[in-house]
Ligand binder design. Structure first.
Ligand SMILES: [Zn+2]
Length: 113
């Protein structure tokens, strides 16, 4: 598992120091916004940007045999299905704030299948 905590913290710090604007970092694309509303799990942390309480996690899986834009894993059943495929995949967990649309890669991990 690869954590992107440091990169995330740098960005949050840059915002706190005024070196990044919300326009630059709260830029979730329409598809990500849609998935954040339909296939997300809550994160029990405040948003690092707006401090709102609507931070969610969205997981995309990429790999051979999966759609080019990735497959959204909305629950554990989908994760089990991915593992049963017998093919490798890489999952990317993205945190998204549904209030200000801050979004950042949180972790990635391989699924051996
Ligand atoms: Zn926010």
């Amino acid at each position: 598992m690869v954590s992107y905590r440091l990169a995330r913290q740098h960005l949050v710090d840059a915002f706190a120091r005024g070196r990044r604007t919300t326009e630059e970092i709260c830029d979730a694309q329409p598809e990500l916004r849609r998935v954040a509303h339909s296939c997300a799990t809550p994160i029990a942390e405040p948003c690092p940007i707006c401090e709102g309480d609507d931070l969610v996690a969205v997981t995309f899986a990429f790999g051979p045999g999966l759609p080019k834009h990735g497959r959204v894993l909305s629950d554990n059943a989908e994760m089990r299905k991915l593992r049963r495929r017998g093919r490798p995949a890489t999952c990317y967990l993205i945190e998204v704030c549904r209030q200000c649309w801050w979004n950042h890669l949180r972790e990635s991990y391989a699924v051996s299948g």
